[in-house]
Design a protein. Structure first.
Length: 338
């Protein structure tokens, strides 16, 4: 078993003392492994995994630590990932637990040197994965065939996991999704986000490619997306409200007369936090207020639909530094073509 970092245990036991928690449970399931892996960074293939931390720093895994009738009365038990937990597991505790999800999410936002090493490696792999994507795509290839090629490349080069969406076509395309049987045609705009994980930690890249020669509308749209992403990157630094990181991106679209396409009808978020899950909060939205901290890892991506081009994407993983931010993706910032 991989033991938790002593510094992390010290941090967590201090949190327990602050809130008066006697036990702190970390729950993960097959989709959301992140809370469990924050205590024990071990991948698992079972439907769920659970670990607990005591006030003295002892770590126990699975249900072996549970008394036959649950925890003894009077213990204060907090659970990171309580909202994901099956009711039968909650009932088996024999007490009414409290949620530690928000507090653990807050700790997770600022990355350690060890965590950043994994994220940097994931960002490098995302770059290489997109280069492979642009290399192998061909007219007549199906979306699912391209995704399979890229997944194979990423897994054979060390990715533990990869979250990937894709879309192809013209102005009728309004978003990305899992791959379909649709085959690429000349003139198609092909969008994707690649999100490989190394040692449990994800980095993401968003790029757009045109099969053939981009038309004037596609080029114009990309210029707007490029300007919007750069506005976010230029603003991002410690202390900035995450709402303003969304606002400056949306303001670019508003400037060019596309403000109506910045709402939920055409877009989901203008970015999000990254770490042990590929889509962590805080989300980059104008109604989400959160003071950015040094050491956070955020992707800024003004992904949305425009009538110029259909749905287009462009974004990079950014590490918040003392005075600004550092792009972790090094792939070319351009409208790709094949």
């Amino acid at each position: 078993m991989s033991l938790p970092n002593p510094a992390r245990v010290e941090q967590l036991t201090a949190l327990m003392a602050e809130h008066g928690w006697d036990r702190l449970l970390f729950y993960g399931n097959s989709w959301r492994k992140d809370f469990f892996r924050y205590l024990l960074n071990v991948n698992f293939s079972e439907p769920w995994a659970m670990a607990t931390l005591t006030r003295s720093g002892e770590v126990h895994v699975g249900q072996a630590f549970l008394p036959a009738a649950g925890f003894q009365a009077g213990l204060v038990v907090a659970i990171a990932g309580l909202e994901l937990m099956e009711t039968r597991f909650v009932k088996s505790l024999g007490i009414t637990p409290v949620s530690a999800t928000a507090q653990i999410e807050e700790l997770r936002r600022v990355k350690s040197t060890e965590e950043l090493d994994s994220i940097r490696r994931a960002a490098d792999l995302a770059d290489r994965g997109y280069e492979y994507f642009a290399q192998v795509i061909e007219p007549g290839m199906a979306e699912y065939e391209l995704v399979a090629e890229v997944e194979g490349f990423l897994k054979s080069n060390g990715a533990e996991d990869n979250f990937m969406l894709i879309a192809s076509g013209g102005t009728e395309v309004t978003g990305m999704k899992p791959p379909t049987e649709r085959r690429f045609q000349l003139g198609d705009q092909v969008t994707t986000e690649l999100t490989p994980a190394i040692n449990g930690y994800y980095a993401q890249i968003c790029r757009t490619l045109v099969v053939g020669e981009p038309n004037a509308e596609q080029r114009r749209a990309f210029d707007i997306f490029f300007e919007a992403q750069r506005a976010a990157e230029d603003l991002l630094k410690p202390g900035v409200d995450i709402a303003d990181v969304a606002r400056v991106q949306n303001d670019v679209f508003r400037k060019y007369g596309y403000g109506e396409y910045t709402g939920p009808k055409y877009t989901r978020v203008r970015g999000h936090n990254l770490g042990l899950h590929p889509d962590e909060n805080p989300y980059v939205l104008e109604n989400v207020h959160y003071a950015v901290k040094e050491g956070m890892v955020i992707i800024a991506h003004p992904n949305t639909y425009l009538p110029l081009s259909g749905y287009m994407v462009f974004g990079d993983t950014l590490l918040v530094t003392a005075n600004g931010c550092e792009p972790l993706n090094k792939a070319e910032r351009k409208l790709f073509q094949k």
